[in-house]
Design a protein around this ligand. Sequence first.
Ligand code: MN
Length: 159
Amino acid sequence: MKSFIAPIIALSLLSAETNAHASEQVRINRAGSQPSISGAETNFTGSVRVDGLFKGEAPARISGGTVTFEPGARTAWHTHPLGQTLIVTAGVGYVQQESGERQEIRSGDVVWIPPHVRHWHGATASSGMTHIAVSEAEDGTTVTWAEKVSDTVYSGARP
Ligand code: MN
């Protein structure tokens, strides 16, 4: 008898847990509901378009956006307090961390930038590149910007 009751109690507990969130609603951020913005001149070189995609509600701290770089365009040097994931969705580009080689990235590649690692990313000189950038905020901040990437470094010199 006892062996039949225990699973039933466990099942009803599971059901109560599920119902606690029944009033939460699935939400759809409709395409085009947020205007595209230009990458700030102080933080980017060249023509860059940023399209915000999502921002988690606390206690979640994840957010993401699509960044489109025209040929030759790139970020300034920067770091992310909790790291960053880049999902390349179109074109060919570069990512480079300080004291590392410039690496080519292309559509389908997924890049992980560890926390506090100085780096930049952008398009190649001849091809545009688009990536979805996903990061988590620490104390409300997802990025700390530094100086722009020189043409020498962009062209492949080791920083
Ligand atoms: Mn980054």
